[in-house]
Design a protein around this ligand. Structure first.
Ligand code: HEM
Length: 488
């Protein structure tokens, strides 16, 4: 493992520390061609060739891929005050997310985060449980026995419906089409499989014009809703609101957000919380389809509920939780995110200047065989075998390091430290409730065993994620004393 001595341990930031080896990219372009061809493969190869701190260049921007979990912890937790999100995400997302939570820095970020915290407390997130279950039932309503469905498409529709309702409450009925059109345009705009997504937003391509028009419509609709809610008397405090927009309005009334930031944050939730969850659910369902034994074990857990699953019930399902956590390990929806040191720092024994890009990649670290046995295999049992009782084991596979034996930041699908994903509890509950609801109704069979993924803003599938549906009649049923039997 590489040196992980901390900045404070190094006195004056280790003035004698070496610089990481130079990149091997082309003049002017740097390593852009390799990144554009296949960023996931590029990051993995670079880490394998260059170790814990791997230099690469994006045009003239110095970038350092960090793959040592202890160094990642220092950036995100111990020394987070020495880093900002920096220019790169702002250049890409600034026009969309403005000064919302995702991009805000310093005091503005802290005030916003404090004001919004209560919207993600457990009791509040539990209240979204019914919508999470109902929309999962709706997603499966048209599925017939033997159908081959694209679970990515279904999960995208699902996550959109859940987030839109959680954001706007009953008002979504009125604004659904405006929000849906804006969400689709945002996804299209940041889809790096389309060459036009590399063009700056001010170039009037049809996609850019559509994007701008729909985003303006979304912002206008949110402004109207905010005005109506203010007129009706906003909730007294952010924690008592019925939906996320109510939290934002209450936070603005308390002075924690100005009006532009309020709208920026509504857009931020839509952007940050819908595609990521959709990807997590797609990959969970696909992975379970490739592991019928694990799927049966999870179904046994969730078939035991008397009625539709509740947030508290699914929290208490070790095999279901392991199935989701393992999908987020193998296919982290956010493959890489970035920080910028505001002063020179020492990481992995190397001196890193201020103002460069430090890249943190769950994709690379989650597939590092120092921490993960058979890293490229979907094995939820790795999350269970450290259990002393053994009751919760799935299968007999107990090889590889147990959870407690790995460094904490060998697994960080939701980031870490003060800026970890504020929607983490919401997302994990959503993934568990949707998976539980679906497995109580259908059995999933893989059509394509392997997934081909592409790095876009997130880790997207290269094509449809196809799964064959089998209705459970005569196999496993739910809600009464019928239990999983035999090979599903
Ligand atoms: C499986 C689903 C999700 C994944 C994998 C995910 C992942 C992440 C990651 C890695 C970060 C940290 C980025 C960084 O430090 O630069 C983040 C931040 C964030 N996420 Fe999520 N996210 C998910 C779902 C959600 C949901 C459902 C919401 C909202 C309802 C949300 C809202 C946010 C926001 C606002 C931030 C910025 C937080 C801050 O800077 O204080 N995310 N997410």
């Amino acid at each position: 493992m590489s040196d992980t001595s901390s900045r404070s341990d190094d006195g004056e930031n280790s003035p004698g520390a070496a610089c990481p080896p130079d990149p091997d990219g082309l003049p002017v372009l740097g390593n852009v061609h390799a990144l554009a061809a296949d960023a996931l493969e590029f990051y993995e190869r670079r880490a394998a060739e260059r170790g814990g701190v791997a230099r690469y260049d994006v045009f003239d921007t110095e970038s350092y891929l960090l793959t040592d979990p202890d160094a990642i912890r220092r950036v995100l937790v111990d020394e987070h005050a020495c880093y900002v999100k920096g220019e790169m995400p702002r250049e890409q997302l600034g026009n969309l997310l403005g000064d919302g939570l995702f991009l805000a820095e310093g005091t503005r970020w802290r005030e916003q985060r404090t004001a919004m915290r209560s919207a993600f407390f457990r009791e509040r997130v539990d209240e979204y449980g019914d919508a999470m279950v109902e929309h999962a039932q709706g997603a499966a309503a048209d599925w017939d026995d033997g159908d081959v469905v694209d679970v990515h498409e279904a999960a995208t529709e699902y996550a959109f419906a859940v987030l839109a309702e959680s954001l706007l409450g009953d008002d979504i009925e009125r604004e659904r089409e405006t929000v849906r059109a804006a969400a689709a345009s945002i996804t299209e705009r940041f889809d790096m499989r389309r060459l036009t997504s590399f063009l700056p937003e001010w170039i009037p391509t049809p996609a850019n014009r559509r994007y701008r028009r729909r985003l303006d419509a979304l912002r206008g609709a949110i402004e109207d809703l905010v005005a109506e809610r203010r007129a009706a008397g906003p909730p007294a405090d952010p924690g008592s609101a019925d939906d996320l927009l109510g939290t934002l309005v209450a936070a603005a009334e308390l002075g924690a957000l100005d009006d532009d930031e309020l709208v920026d944050n509504a857009v931020t939730f839509l952007f940050a919380g819908h595609e990521t969850s959709a990807l997590g659910l797609s990959y969970t369902l696909h992975a379970l389809a490739t592991r019928p034994d694990v799927q049966d074990r999870v179904r046994e857990e969730v078939a035991a509920f008397d009625d539709d699953p509740t947030p508290a019930e699914v929290r208490d399902c070790p095999a279901l939780t392991a199935a989701v956590d393992e999908a987020l390990r193998l296919y982290p929806p956010v493959h890489t995110f970035f920080r910028e040191p505001t002063e020179p720092v020492t990481l992995g024994g190397y001196r890193i200047p201020a103002g460069v890009v430090v890249s943190l990649s769950p994709w690379v670290v989650h597939r590092d065989d120092r921490w993960w046995d058979e890293p490229e295999t979907y094995r939820p049992e790795r999350w269970l075998h450290e259990s002393s009782s053994g009751e919760v084991s799935v299968g007999d596979d107990t090889s590889g390091p147990a959870v407690g034996e790995r460094p904490e930041y060998a697994y960080f699908p939701f980031g870490g430290g003060p800026r970890h994903c504020i929607g983490m509890r919401f997302a994990r509950q959503e993934l568990r409730l949707a998976t539980a609801t679906l497995l109580r109704r259908v059995r999933l069979e893989a059509v394509d065993e392997d997934l081909t993924l592409r790095a876009s803003a997130n880790t997207r599938p290269a094509g449809p994620v196809r799964v064959r549906i089998h209705e459970l009649d005569g196999e496993t049923a739910t809600g009464d004393d019928r239990v999983a039997t035999g090979d599903a």
